[in-house]
Design a binder for this molecule. Structure first.
Ligand code: GP9
Ligand code: MN
Length: 700
C-alpha cells in the first residue's frame, strides 16, 4: 500500500515536472510531440499502404524519366505536381476495393501508365514528338513494318519503363507471402482512405492549376505543340487531354450525318453558279508558284516607318508592283497558323471544334495542291520548325503536298531566334533545295512557312538594330531648337513586333534576290499572305496611335488627333497582306474589296487554270459584294463589320445606312457557310457524296 502511494506521488511529480517543462518550452515540445506522432503515423501509413505507394512512386518516376529522356526539362516542378495529382486521383479509387483485390486495380493502371511511357518514348525516338490516339493509325503507317527492320525505331531506353510492371509484381508477391493483405484487411477503412487520397490529389491539382499561365492553358486546348504540353502538364495529363479531344473528334461524325448530307446537297444544288471568266483567267497557267506563309504579318505594318526608315520596304514594294489585296482578312480560329494553311488551300472554314490539322487530318479535302498535282505539278512545303508541330508531317500529306522539308531532317539549325530556326537561315538553306526542285520538275508549287515573326517577338531585340524611336525637334528652355530622340515604341511588345516584321521583311527581300540570281523567279509567281494578326493586345496600340513625341505624352481623348482604338478599330485593323507578284508582269493593282482567306483558292485557281465546285469562297474578281465570314460568326462586307457577341455592327461609311434585312441575310449566310464547312470536315462529306454519286452512276 505504502509502495503504491510512493509510486503515485512519483508519477504526479513527473507530470508536474513535464507540465512545467511544457510551459517553459511549449513550442519546442509541441514540435517534438508532433514529430513523434507524425513519425508513428507515417510508419503505420507506409507499412499499411505498400502496394499503393509502390504504384505512386513508380508511376511518378516513369513520368519523370520520360521527360528526362525526351524533352529534358529536369527541374520544372509543374509537371511533377500534375503527374502526382493524376496518379493520386486515379489511385484513390483503388481503396474502394478490398485489400486483396487492390492489386488487380493498381496493376492494370501500372500497365496503362507503362504503356503510355513506352509508346511515347518510341514515338519520340521516331518523330521527336508525343503520341496521339488520333495519330496511332497514321504513325504505324509511317513507321511501317519494313522500317522496323532497316531503321532503329526502338531504343533500349524506350523499354526501361517496364520495370514498373515488374516492381508491382515483385512487391505483390512479397506482400502475399508476408500475409500483408490479411493484416491490412483488419485495419483498413477503404472509404476513408479513398476520400483522404482523393482530397490530397485534388489539393495537388489546385496547386498545379494555380501555377498555370494563360499560355499553358491555351496550348493545352490547341495541342499544336505537344512537347510543350508534356513539359508543363506532364505525360499523364497530356494523354488524358489527347484522349478527350480524340474521342470528341471521333464521336462527332457518328451523329446527324443524314440531315447534314441533305443540307449539303441542297446548298450546292441551289447556289448560283458564278460566272467564271475575267481578265485574270489562266493568266498564270503553267507557272510555278512560290507561296510565302508570312507569320503574323499585319497589313498596317506595311505603312509604318520610324525616323524615315520603313518597317517593311520589301513587302511594300511587292504590294505596289503586284496584285495587292488591301482589305484581306485571315479567318483563323484556335488553329492559328494551321487554320490558315487549311483555309488557304481548301476554301473551307476552320473547324468549329478542335482543329482540322490535329483532329480531322484524315479527310479528303479538295485543295490547291491536289488540283495542281492533277496538272503534273510537284508540290512541297518547307518549314524550319519541328516537323511534328501542328501535326504537319501528317496533315501536309493530306493536303496534297508530295514532300515536307522541315527542321533537322532538312535544315541545319544554325541560328535560332524566338521559336526556332531564324527566317534568314531558313531561306538561305531553302534556296539550294528550290534550285534542285526547279531542275528536276517542269512545274512546282511550294509553300515556305516563316517562323521568326512569332509572338512574343521579344528575342528579336537582341539581333535587331532597327530603332522604333521618334526623333523630334523641340524648343528647349532657352528657346533654342534641339533634336531629341524619344523612346516611343522601344521597350513595348508592339515595338518589338515592328522590329520583328522589319527582320522578316529583310529576310524575304534577301530570299527573292537570291532566287532571282539563280533564275528561280523567271517562270514563277510569288504569293504572299500574312497568316493571321500578331495577337498583341488592344491596349498596346494606344501608345502607337496616340503618342505625342513633341510633349512626350499621350494625346488626350478630346484632342482631335486622338485615335480611338476601340473594338471595331482593333478588329478591322487585324487585316493581313495578300499579294500576288510576278517578276515579269507588271500587275500594279490594288484590290480594295473585302476578301477572306477562303477566297484565295477560287481567285488564285482562276489564274492558274482550275476550279473547285466545293469552294465556299469566291473569285474576288467575279462578285459584286463579298462577305468575309469569321469563325466566330462575325462578318465583314464593304459596308459593315458585324459582331455576334455584341449583336451589333459598325457601318464603315458613316454616310451610308444598312437595312435590318441586310444584317439578317448576312447572319444567315455566315451561319450557313460555317455549318456546311463543318459538315464537310466532320463527315468527310465531299468524299462521301462523291462515293454515293459514283454508286448511283454504276447502278445505272
Ligand atoms: C509553328 C508555327 C507557329 O510551327 O507555324 O504556329 P502558330 O502559333 O502561329 O499557330
Ligand atoms: Mn502563325
Amino acid at each position: 500500500m505504502k509502495k503504491e502511494t510512493k509510486k503515485t506521488t512519483k508519477k504526479v511529480e513527473e507530470e508536474i515536472k513535464e507540465k512545467e517543462l511544457l510551459e517553459k518550452e511549449p513550442l519546442k515540445n509541441r514540435i517534438k510531440n508532433f514529430m513523434v506522432s507524425f513519425k508513428n503515423w507515417s510508419k503505420k501509413y507506409v507499412s499499411t499502404n505498400v502496394l499503393f505507394m509502390t504504384f505512386v512512386i513508380t508511376s511518378l518516376i516513369n513520368a519523370y524519366l520520360l521527360r528526362y529522356f525526351t524533352v529534358k526539362n529536369y527541374f520544372n516542378i509543374k509537371p511533377i505536381i500534375a503527374d502526382l495529382s493524376v496518379i493520386l486521383i486515379v489511385g484513390s479509387i483503388g481503396y474502394l476495393l478490398k485489400p486483396k483485390h487492390q492489386f488487380k486495380y493498381f496493376f492494370s493502371w501500372a500497365i496503362v501508365f507503362t504503356l503510355i511511357c513506352v509508346i511515347n518514348s518510341v514515338y519520340f525516338t521516331n518523330f521527336l514528338s508525343f503520341a496521339s490516339f488520333s495519330l496511332l493509325k497514321a504513325s504505324t503507317q509511317v513507321i511501317g513494318v519494313s522500317d522496323a527492320v532497316t531503321k532503329n525505331i526502338m531504343e533500349i531506353k524506350d523499354f526501361f519503363y517496364v520495370y514498373q510492371i515488374l516492381a508491382m509484381i515483385f512487391v505483390h508477391k512479397f506482400l502475399k507471402k508476408k500475409k500483408y493483405y490479411d493484416r491490412v484487411s483488419k485495419i483498413e477503412n477503404g472509404k476513408v482512405r479513398a476520400i483522404n487520397t482523393l482530397v490530397v490529389g485534388v489539393i495537388f491539382l489546385g496547386m498545379f492549376i494555380s501555377l498555370l499561365t494563360s499560355r499553358d492553358i491555351s496550348r493545352l486546348g490547341k495541342q499544336w505543340n505537344r512537347e510543350s504540353i508534356v513539359m508543363e502538364f506532364g505525360i499523364y495529363t497530356y494523354q488524358l487531354n489527347d484522349l478527350n479531344s480524340t474521342v470528341k473528334a471521333s464521336l462527332n461524325p457518328l451523329f446527324g450525318y443524314d440531315k447534314s448530307a441533305k443540307e449539303f446537297r441542297e446548298f450546292y444544288d441551289n447556289r448560283e453558279v458564278e460566272k467564271s471568266n475575267n481578265k485574270y483567267t489562266n493568266m498564270f497557267k503553267g507557272k510555278n508558284v512560290l507561296v510565302i506563309h508570312a507569320e503574323s504579318i499585319q497589313n498596317f505594318a506595311l505603312d509604318v516607318e520610324f525616323n524615315g526608315v520603313p518597317v517593311a520596304p520589301n513587302l511594300k514594294k511587292l504590294s505596289k508592283e503586284g496584285l495587292y489585296f488591301s482589305n484581306f482578312y485571315s479567318e483563323e480560329s484556335v488553329g492559328t497558323s494551321s487554320d490558315t494553311e487549311f483555309t488557304f488551300a481548301s476554301s473551307l472554314m476552320p473547324s468549329s471544334s478542335g482543329t482540322v490539322f490535329m483532329n480531322y487530318f484524315n479527310r479528303d479535302y479538295p485543295t490547291i495542291q491536289k488540283k495542281l498535282k492533277e496538272k503534273d505539278y510537284y508540290t512541297f512545303s518547307m518549314h524550319g520548325n519541328n516537323c511534328s508541330f501542328w501535326n504537319r508531317q501528317t496533315m501536309h500529306k493530306s493536303l496534297g503536298y508530295d514532300d515536307f522539308y522541315c527542321h533537322k531532317k532538312d535544315y541545319d539549325i544554325d541560328e535560332t531566334i524566338g521559336l526556332g530556326l531564324s527566317d534568314k537561315s531558313f531561306f538561305r538553306q531553302s534556296v539550294p533545295i528550290l534550285e534542285k526542285i526547279n531542275k528536276e520538275h517542269k512545274n512546282w508549287y511550294g509553300t515556305l512557312i516563316m517562323l521568326t515573326n512569332h509572338t512574343p517577338f521579344t528575342d528579336i531585340d537582341e539581333v535587331s538594330d532597327y530603332k522604333v524611336t521618334k526623333t523630334v525637334e523641340i524648343e528647349n528652355d532657352n528657346g533654342e531648337k534641339e533634336t531629341v530622340e524619344r523612346k516611343y515604341m522601344e521597350g513595348t511588345v508592339l515595338g518589338s513586333y515592328f522590329k520583328s516584321v522589319h527582320y522578316a521583311d529583310e529576310a524575304l527581300g534577301q530570299l527573292l534576290a537570291d532566287m532571282d540570281e539563280k533564275g528561280l523567279l523567271d517562270n514563277t509567281i510569288v504569293v504572299i499572305y500574312g497568316d493571321h494578326d500578331n495577337k498583341i493586345k488592344k491596349s498596346e496600340y494606344n501608345r502607337f496611335y496616340n503618342y505625342d513625341a513633341e510633349t512626350d505624352s499621350m494625346i488626350k481623348k478630346n484632342d482631335e488627333r486622338y485615335t480611338n482604338v476601340d473594338y471595331y478599330f482593333y478588329e478591322l485593323n487585324r487585316k493581313v497582306p495578300f499579294i500576288i507578284w510576278s517578276k515579269n508582269k507588271k500587275l500594279e493593282t490594288e484590290v480594295t474589296k473585302v476578301m477572306g482567306m477562303i477566297d484565295v483558292q477560287p481567285t488564285l485557281g482562276n489564274m492558274l487554270g482550275f476550279s473547285n465546285e466545293y469552294a465556299l469562297g469566291h473569285d474576288i474578281f467575279n462578285i459584286d459584294e463579298n462577305v468575309v465570314v469569321f469563325p466566330s460568326g462575325n462578318w465583314l462586307t464593304d459596308k459593315m463589320y458585324y459582331s455576334q457577341s455584341k449583336s451589333a455592327g459598325k457601318i464603315l461609311n458613316s454616310d451610308e445606312t444598312v437595312a435590318e434585312d441586310y444584317i439578317k441575310n448576312n447572319n444567315k449566310y455566315s451561319e450557313k457557310i460555317i455549318k456546311i464547312s463543318n459538315d464537310v470536315i466532320i463527315y468527310d462529306m465531299i468524299k462521301k457524296q462523291r462515293e454515293s454519286q459514283n454508286t448511283i452512276k454504276e447502278a445505272k
